[in-house]
Ligand binder design. Sequence first.
Ligand code: PBG
Length: 327
Amino acid sequence: MGFPQHRPRRLRTTPAMRRLAAETDLAPRHLVLPMFVKEGATEPVPIASMPGVVQHTRDSLRKAAVEAVAAGVGGLMLFGVPETHDATGSAGIDPDGVLNVALRDVRAEVGDATVLMADTCLDEFTDHGHCGVLDAQGRVDNDATLDRYVQLALAQVEAGAHMLGPSGMMDGQVGAIRAALDSAGHTDIGILAYTAKYASAFFGPFRQAVESQLTGDRMTYQQDFRNAGDALRELALDLEEGADMVMVKPAMSYLDIVRTFADSADVPVAAYQVSGEYAMVEAAAANGWIERDRAIVETVTSIRRAGADIVLTYWATELANRLDHAQ
Ligand code: PBG
């Protein structure tokens, strides 16, 4: 008489029961830490919009990389903040440029103990802040940009990157970089393609982190957030061009895209929990409006549940230290 036969609550009765029934794992190896290094810095510089994240000095970067590796993170993704900018982003290609120097430092420090990745993009290095070089009309010139990406890629690999992260959303970027790596004999160097990258308001704090020079927007190359089909097309192209892993970015507003990629790609899928996602949680927690530690685990786990094998997150070291290393 009125007893429910089916009781999903049975699997929620004790912590041990919930642990046994849990579908999604989160382990240190799933996490990649994005890091910033600032040329000429003598002290780490806090980033106001990303409490807890800094622009590193060469020394503090090395130390933070060692801590991340000790915590068991799966990888590191390095971004450079140069002192000088120009129209074609020369500081990114210069072997003595801040990002290449930092890659050399970190590789010397941690060797092959983690996967060292570099942002293969021009926006940190250009004086106009765009991810590519501009044509005479001031538009981002796709094919001229590919030539620069190839030079960036080769400089980063020579500096010690295990894997490259082309994030500029130029058409053909994966293919151009793959071909250049192969002809230079770098056949073992992988490409983590920023496959579905949306023109997003959630990149706001990052622009402060890299002291972006951008005044306009990136809507002619990053994707329109109204579109999902576009992401599938980008996925097909990146896989055909030789992407070793594919990424969706940002993560939280695009979990449907993460799921679609997980269901249709036969390579690892990454998702980038971006600066604005980080800032929202930190800001709400600082106001006492949400429980910080629970919110961090919940957001990152939800990205895994949506199908991401790998999550790039600014909480990677902290979170890895809270998780079981054995997984
Ligand atoms: C471009 C790049 C951006 C981010 C990573 N790579 C910024 C952009 O496209 O404007 C954003 C990362 C974040 O917001 O955490 N090189």
